[in-house]
Design a protein around this ligand. Structure first.
Ligand code: AP5
Length: 212
């Protein structure tokens, strides 16, 4: 499980980790954006909260995760952006107890707030393959899109506007940061210095996982 504020690099590191370990990547942000794109009732309900940088109600998100988690008994999951509240963490515990599956690692990516603001303000994503770039730290160099083979079709997210970013960071502190104690108290939490370069961050993640 990746824990950490918006812009800490959860999505970037998840892409690499899922490929290396053969994990099924469950990103609630990606799942919700897909619902919005398809204009489903769930997407319509979620859009207002997402654009404002608020959390989508627990019941909506938990229902969406439950559909996936119970679906494939054999898969090993990488959770990215879930849980985000104590209520969601308790719901996850109940789902995992049903599946008789443990949480093996909780990786907390820490990055100072000013750096998060810089990262989110400069982030560009590919509409087709979902790859994340940054105009300064990880510029797009014309590499072929992993979905189409053509050029990446880059866009900026609506919730990367400065007012929404400020709200997302405040919401993280108020509602998600308490999960650090929740998982720390169980001895599951590993702290990763997410301010380093992407390769170095990945190296820390790999060591944390190997170290148990
Ligand atoms: P979600 O999509 O989960 O957004 P987030 O947590 O705000 O995370 P981000 O995707 O913004 O950041 P990231 O940590 O993945 O960073 P990234 O790797 O992209 O959620 C969006 C919304 O959906 C929420 O606000 C909420 O409304 C709703 N939602 C989602 N889950 C929910 C839940 N469980 N409950 C309720 N509501 C929910 O990197 C960011 C940038 O930095 C990129 O440009 C990248 O290239 C760059 N970068 C990455 N690593 C480095 C590095 N080491 N050095 C320099 N630059 C770097």
């Amino acid at each position: 499980m990746f824990l950490g504020p918006p812009g800490a690099g959860k999505g970037t590191q998840a892409e690499r980790l899922k490929a290396d370990l053969g994990l099924t990547h469950l990103s609630t942000g990606d799942l919700l954006r897909d619902e919005v794109k398809r204009g489903t009732p769930l997407g319509l309900e979620a859009k207002r909260a997402m654009d404002a940088g608020e959390l989508v109600p627990d019941a909506v998100v938990v229902g969406m995760i439950r559909d996936r988690l119970v679906g494939d008994a054999a898969a090993n999951y990488l959770l990215d952006g879930f849980p985000r509240t104590i209520g969601q963490a308790e719901a996850l515990d109940a789902m995992l107890a049903e599946k008789r599956a443990p949480i093996e690692h909780v990786l907390l990516l820490s990055v100072p707030r000013e750096e998060l603001v810089r990262r989110l303000g400069g982030r560009w994503l590919c509409r087709n393959c979902g790859k994340s770039y940054h105009e300064t730290f990880a510029p797009y160099g014309g590499e072929p899109c992993e979905a189409t083979g053509g050029k990446c079709d880059l866009y900026q997210r609506d919730d990367d506007r400065s007012d929404a970013v400020a709200n997302r960071l405040n919401v993280y502190e108020a509602q998600t940061a308490p999960l650090v104690d929740h998982y720390g108290g169980r001895g599951l939490l590993r702290r990763i210095d997410g301010e380093r370069g992407q390769d170095e961050v990945y190296g820390q993640i790999a060591s944390a996982i190997q170290g148990g």
